[in-house]
Design a protein around this ligand. Sequence first.
Ligand SMILES: *Cc1c(COP(=O)(O)O)cnc(C)c1O
Length: 371
Amino acid sequence: MNQFVPLAQADLGEVERERLLSVFDSGRLALGPEVRRFEESFAKAVGSRFAVAVNSGTSGLHLAVRALGIGSGDEVITSPFSFVASANCLLFEGARPVFVDIEADGFNIDPAKIAQKIGSRTKGILPVHVFGEAARMSEIAAIAKVNDLAILEDACESIMAYGDGYKVGQLGAAAVYGFYPNKQITTGEGGMITTDDESIYDACLSMRNQGRATDMQWLTHVRLGYNYRMSELTAALGVGQIERIDQILRQRREAALRYFDLLEGVEGVRLPIKWAAPGHSWFVFPVRIEPEKRDGVLSRLNEAGVESKAYFSPCIHLQEFYMRDFGYQEGDFPEAELRSRETLILPFFTKISAEQQQYVADSLRGAMRCS
Ligand SMILES: *Cc1c(COP(=O)(O)O)cnc(C)c1O
């Protein structure tokens, strides 16, 4: 019998429901205390001095790029294996993303390939912590220091991840998180910028709110700004999610370990084994399959009601407008392109049940056998 197992699903509980209803009842839907509460609890959870809530991860990246003074003609080194927003945020400001290939056996930018791409216009490095795995930040920070470059971390997929001695968000001038419903925690739509630097904090606060001065005089605008504000209703969900973050990340880890048990030994399927380390923040469950078979397996899974996707396919540099505007072509970043052709994302979310995972594993085993 066919079941349906979704790719992702939000986990919102009683805590979130009560907080949402209390904002509902208060009648104060914008510019109130709940956004402040979310920012404070978020900063505490990830260990940053400041946090600024915004209406999406993309808005957060845009403001952080501006706050770092990255603009027209500047180049920023980043990864081609990511969600498109991590490179688009540079285009918004007329800066140029300079891609560097990812690690041979991983999903994150390869620090060893960064130095050769640094030139006189290079202004910063924008590492993306892909799929919940921290990029190699101590090496990236060392390169940034020698070359006097700013670091902006795209941590949208990797809340509370850590690796090589550092937490995500710790070494960058700023980091950005996203709360779309497929992320570890969600507010429906939403994002957060974190920083330890008060001037970045002040600039982001002002820019999300129409460029108002920090005293937020209603009609005084001291710089170009936007409406990237988060509503009180949205923030209420975030406060509830942060209250439960440890439990959420623990449950996701348990679900991931269950997949390891179920999928071990399935012929032709490579598991992300090293991610069993405690610093991984489980976002998705990617497996790797021979590129010639991947798309066939993908359609058989979806036919069986196992909602699966090919991430990130195509890579950012192979999106049509990047090829057209920057002249990128196939073969430019072989590791990223290979990962993009061999990776398959299985259904994975906080409350996925053992039965659902069993069904996914059985379906994958079946799909592999007939490919
Ligand atoms: C989710 C995500 C974002 C932000 O997406 P929004 O939909 O704008 O919240 C940015 N970068 C990466 C790598 C992401 O996965």
